[in-house]
Design a protein around this ligand. Sequence first.
Ligand code: ATP
Ligand code: MG
Length: 431
Amino acid sequence: MSKSGTKKIQAIRGMNDLLPSDSPRWQFFEAKVRQIMQRYAFDEIRMPIVEQTALFARSIGEVTDIVEKEMYTFEDRNGDSLTLRPEGTAGCVRAAMEHGLLYNQTQRLWYQGPMFRHERPQKGRYRQFHQVGVETYGFEGPDIDAEVILLSARLWKELGLFEHVTLELNSLGSLEARAAYRDTLVAYFNEHFELLDEDSRRRLESNPLRILDSKNPAMAEMLDAAPQLLDHLDEASIEHFESLKAMLDAAGIGYVVNPRLVRGLDYYSRTVFEWTTTALGSQGTVCAGGRYDGLVEQLGGKPAPAVGFAMGIERLILLLETLDLVPDEALGKSDVYLMALDDTSTTAALTLAETLRAELPALKLQLHCGGGSFKSRMKKADKSDAGVALLLGQDEVANQTVTLKFLRDDREQQSVAQAALAATLNDLIIR
Ligand code: ATP
Ligand code: MG
């Protein structure tokens, strides 16, 4: 075989394996998310990972970073242009429309899953990453904006993150107000054209609001002095924004109004927000969202107001790790290691394990498999993290007992009747 034929195949850059040592943190996070969604009466929806390319081009916008340079787009065997979803909102709207979920009704939906963007991989930025998203349809007033923000805030509280994140808030106004502001802004940027970097010059025609988002320090002063969208809002948007702020005040949720927060996607109107942290370096946005009242109609549906957000799971897990906020219990140690002492007792051990699992659904029991000497069996028990080992040899099988050994505490081993074992373990282990 040629050298290239034996070269090890590796994962694609920016697409990560989630190893067994990582999963407890993810499960801890995912369980909290599921509880919160339940408590706020949001329903789960699952969409395909692949959609027609046109869906994203039409919703996210042709001149956004995502559509211009980040999408994984390919032709399938029929010659159709398909794209791995770079975000969930477009697919969620598509699914809701397709199944009549927006017909004379409101919806509060959530989803989670992988998203794909061809970006430069770095800490907190990957090519396959995961989001939890929330989308609501059919609500016009600021109460639902507040509700989705409060939902996210409660998740931070449950995770112990609330003190470590900041809510940034802005309003983009109506499409008309934004169009008028755009002219003012372009005129201002043209006056300061020599200060614009290459990226910004390119955006001057296509997406001038995005320039406000630039992190280039050389442009900071000029951007700070730029005319602000907040001063150009329409009356109804001002009222909406003021009511939202009053609701957040009443709920005790602090925020910073950031007039330069514009978000990278075309579909937003009125409220936009981000939750940011300073604990992760430059990839500091852990959750972002806002109102997108025009999108349903833009995708061919009957107009329906909409509000949603998406959070980046990798960044949140990184934050939980950095701040050491995952409790030990969540790291999932096994309770019991059950072993036959010799090969003739293997079947008896297997049967006893099944009996215990049927009787004690909350028990985490690891059955020894793979034979070995007594010493190597005990070594595996020790390595298993279990607190208790149950030993089953020929004597125990004959007497219908097991030997219970404490692996972490200095306590005498006991002989327990198999008939009383479930009750004993229940008292010992299951709190
Ligand atoms: P950024 O400015 O960081 O590129 P974005 O505006 O492109 O973010 P959104 O499309 O709003 O991000 O996605 C919502 C959240 O998803 C982000 O706040 C972030 O937490 C997460 N996210 C976005 N892109 C990535 C990525 N490539 N890798 C990991 N997480 C990501
Ligand atoms: Mg991005």
